[in-house]
Design a protein around this ligand. Structure first.
Ligand SMILES: C[S@@+](CC[C@H](N)C(=O)[O-])C[C@H]1O[C@@H](n2cnc3c(N)ncnc32)[C@H](O)[C@@H]1O
Length: 241
């Protein structure tokens, strides 16, 4: 057996052990924090794409642009954005992930909080990003309500990636049975105590939520199988004001 295959098997064993030891998303991400970057390697392409979109959006103003990274984990996306010159605040409820992030990238500000209750001033962020975390939020409506409060009038929201893959690693494809396998997968995870919404409908539902608050909402290609939702310019909206 090649060393690469043995390493893959070890990572899968770690993922499964963490899943069986955990009773919530928070515990799961605490348990896998030290192997996170080796397991979720696919995320890098989306992180780079998000950074490219934001550089285009805020060209020349990076150093005065404040970005909030929801579910920042161990800092993959936060670090790429910070390296491009943006000011980043990362939020995550996994304390162990944030400890790792802080050890690696001490200049990035982090807050240990749940997206359902963001400890951020109103209208102070120019962009909110969330990569690979939206699928875990118990109440995406509440998350959207919270995050829009933090955005400036011309704020940008980028959420990725869709459709989510099983366990963040196995691409689900668009086969007719994907909906049923997804439901079964989610049922098993709920029994274990945590949430991973891999429904093919998650993207359209998120677009629907974003359209209530933003004037423009697009779905942008990222990598060979995935898309990012990009929303711009807040509407004058009774839910926000
Ligand atoms: C798949 S990881 C993504 C991490 C990072 N964005 C990346 O792409 O590498 C999902 C992250 O979302 C965090 N998370 C999930 N639900 C959350 C919530 N309700 N509030 C705060 N963080 C949450 C988890 O702790 C985890 O670190």
């Amino acid at each position: 057996m090649s060393a690469k295959l043995i390493h893959k098997i070890e990572l899968w064993a770690k993922l499964l052990t963490a899943a069986f030891r955990s009773h919530s998303n928070q515990q799961f991400y605490d348990h896998i924090s030290d192997s996170y970057d080796d397991i979720f390697v696919e995320h890098k392409q989306h992180a780079v794409k998000i950074a490219q979109l934001l550089v285009r959006e805020f060209a020349g103003q990076e150093s005065t642009t404040q970005i909030l990274d929801l579910g920042c984990g161990t800092g993959l996306l936060s670090n790429i954005l910070s390296t491009r010159g943006f000011n980043v605040v990362g939020i995550d409820f996994s304390q162990k992930s944030l400890v790792l992030l802080h050890q690696r990238y001490p200049d990035i500000v982090v807050l240990n909080a749940d997206v359902a209750n963001l400890p951020i001033r109103k209208a102070c962020c120019h962009a909110v990003v969330s990569l690979g975390a939206w699928r875990h939020f118990t109440d995406t409506q509440k998350a959207m309500d919270e995050l829009v409060k933090t955005l400036t009038k011309h704020g940008v929201l980028i959420i990725g990636y869709f459709p989510p893959s099983y366990a963040g690693t196995i691409h689900q494809g668009r086969r007719p049975w994907a909906k049923f396998t997804g439901q079964f997968y989610q049922w098993v995870l709920r029994k274990l105590g945590y949430i991973d919404n891999v429904s093919p409908d998650l993207e359209s539902h998120t677009i629907y939520l974003a359209k209530r608050y933003f004037e423009s909402v697009d779905s942008v290609r990222s990598g060979s199988h995935w898309r990012l939702i990009v929303a711009r310019n807040l509407r004058k909206c009774p839910h926000r004001d």
